[in-house]
Write a protein that binds this ligand. Structure first.
Ligand SMILES: [Zn+2]
Length: 171
């Protein structure tokens, strides 16, 4: 396994619609393993393949950040089957450092995809799990959480990001 570099907002890969995974090859399994290691190291609760520069429909979500194996979900070609309710909660993204904003998401979702053995899996997620699944699946369609905010909020965030990236990097 290896850590992969996480792309930041402004990178064109993050705004592209990803392609379905048509075969679970060794490369896909390696990518998934690397994504798990990368999201745990970050640390974060979810990562989508485009965030590490691969335009493929693959996500990992782990609300336990490596503490509980059962909380780790690796999903190939995930799609949302049903959405219910709504919850507004603060959200962040490893590709949008230091920004946290309130975003409305479904309270409950059912997501279908494949595991790394190619078997169909269905996950029912509520609250934070539903939020994380929706956030990561959005990445596969080139959507960042900041795209869901008002135009005014987005302008303020762009200014803040510019200031952050203009500052000299600490060693
Ligand atoms: Zn994200």
């Amino acid at each position: 396994m290896a850590l992969r570099e996480i792309l930041l907002i402004g990178d064109p890969v993050l705004t592209r619609k990803s392609d379905p995974v048509d075969a679970i090859t060794e490369d896909i399994v390696r990518l998934a393993d690397d994504m798990v290691e990368t999201v745990h190291a970050a640390p974060g609760v979810g990562l989508a393949a485009p965030q590490v520069g691969v335009s493929k429909r693959l996500i990992v979500v782990d609300l336990s950040i490596g503490e509980n194996e059962e909380a780790l979900h690796v999903l190939v070609n995930p799609e949302i089957l049903t959405k219910e309710g709504e919850a507004v909660c603060e959200e962040g993204c490893l590709s949008v450092p230091d920004i946290k904003e309130k975003v409305a998401r479904p309270y409950r979702v059912v997501v279908r995809g494949l595991d790394l053995e190619g078997r169909p899996v269905e996950i029912e997620g509520e609250d934070l799990l539903a939020r994380a699944l929706c956030h990561e699946i959005d990445h596969l369609d080139g959507i960042l959480f900041v795209d869901k905010l008002s135009a005014l909020k987005r302008t303020l965030i762009k200014k803040k990001l510019k200031k952050n990236t203009a500052a000299p990097k600490k060693a």
